[in-house]
Design a protein around this ligand. Structure first.
Ligand code: GDP
Length: 365
């Protein structure tokens, strides 16, 4: 499964946020394919459509889809040179698909800041620089390897050499690989490098509870937003402390607490959705009398691949898919009426699955 790594300097609120994630935890029995690892937190993806489908179909059970966050501790200045948990940190980051960078945007005299002062931009730059330096090193190593072949006019080596040089120049100017414009061909080559700064990023501004409702007065948040906008990255404002309190509550208690602080949903929900978007993920549904269930797929997937998420047999023996769009089903009220109205389509192997599709797969075993 695709996962987002939570990173940040010490004392910015990472563990508090990660604890909230594990507290909110999904029932892991439902997700046997998820990673079992103390550093991985599995959360259910909040989706109102699932409730609505449950009302319509009245199944025996309803199962949301899940999403994984990985806690990546140990970044400090100098990580790329092996400081702190340096190399371990970098290898953990290499394994995630996207990065959520937690940034301290709260003042608290009792909680030391590693560099002595709350300064979100300097924090972001410290982390991003370590990642750029690590990428610079891998690119230089690779250049040394392909250089000779490139000089001998080996076509593949030359193409690789050229794109490596392009990246190296960017890294030397402390720019991430994300910011380098590449052709489709180059993108393919770069994909194989597994660069840290190629991974999509979002920033999590951790604010005090007083600022949660209206963070516009928080100048740290404003700075983070400005920085993120230049990168085209998103900013999610949370209060990690509140998230950890919310995660311990359920149902009415949780609703009451949310109402009390004046927010409509936990910040965690926003973070999950943003991470989902960042990874190009979407949700389709299966809706039978036994079970209504949400499934995560990657946008662009064709029907057989999407079926394979449920079970590899579904992909192998795929015949066709009966599909109704969520909105059409809700409007019709029942599957039978949706069928009568011609809203249920039969789609084949080439169909590209859409967010909100309610699907019944037909397959051979
Ligand atoms: P980490 O080192 O990044 O994992 O940071 P922690 O999650 O351990 O948090 C460091 C300290 O900051 C702890 O004492 C937390 O209780 C506190 N903290 C975390 N989030 C907030 C917040 O939103 N506001 C305030 N005032 N303190 C926070």
């Amino acid at each position: 499964a695709l996962t987002t790594g939570i990173v940040g300097l010490p004392n910015v609120g990472k563990s508090t946020l990660f604890n909230a994630i594990t507290q909110a935890g999904a029932e892991s029995a439902n997700y046997p394919f998820c990673t079992i690892d103390p550093n991985v937190g599995i959360v259910e993806v909040p989706d109102e459509r699932l409730q609505k489908l449950t009302e319509l179909v009245k199944p025996k059970k309803t199962i949301p889809t899940a999403f994984e966050f990985t806690d990546i501790a140990g970044i400090v200045k100098g990580a790329s040179k092996g400081e702190g948990l340096g190399n371990k940190f970098l290898s953990h980051i290499r394994q995630v698909d996207a990065i959520s960078q937690v940034v301290r945007c709260f003042d608290d005299e009792n909680i030391t800041h590693v560099s002595g002062k709350v300064d979100p931009i300097s924090d972001i730059e410290t982390i991003n620089l370590e990642l750029v330096l690590a990428d610079l090193e891998s690119v230089e190593k690779r250049i040394a390897r392909v250089q000779k072949m490139a000089k001998q006019k080996d076509k593949e080596a030359l193409a690789e050499f050229n794109v490596l040089t392009k990246l190296k120049e960017a890294f030397e100017e402390e720019q991430p690989a994300r910011s380098v414009e590449l052709t489709e061909e180059e993108e393919k080559i770069v994909y194989g490098f597994h660069l840290l700064t190629k991974k999509p990023v979002l920033y999590v501004a951790n604010v005090d509870e007083d600022d949660l409702l209206d963070p516009t007065d928080n100048e740290y948040v404003a700075k983070v937003r400005e920085y993120a906008a230049k990168e085209g990255a998103e900013v999610i404002v949370v209060c990690a402390k509140i998230e950890s309190e919310l995660a311990e509550l359920d149902g009415e208690e949780k609703d009451a607490f949310l109402e009390d602080i004046g927010i409509s949903e936990p910040g965690l929900n926003k973070l999950i959705r943003a991470s989902y978007d960042l990874l190009g993920l979407a949700t389709y549904f299966t809706a039978g009398e036994q079970e209504v269930r949400a499934w995560t797929f990657r946008l662009g997937m064709k029907a057989p691949q999407a079926a394979g998420i449920i079970h590899t047999d579904f992909e192998r023996g795929f015949i066709r898919a009966e599909i109704v769009a969520y909105d059409d089903l809700v409007e019709a009220g029942t599957m039978a009426i949706a069928k009568e109205k011609g809203k249920v389509r039969l789609e084949g192997k080439e169909y590209i699955v859409k967010d909100g599709d309610v699907i019944h797969f037909r397959f051979n075993v």
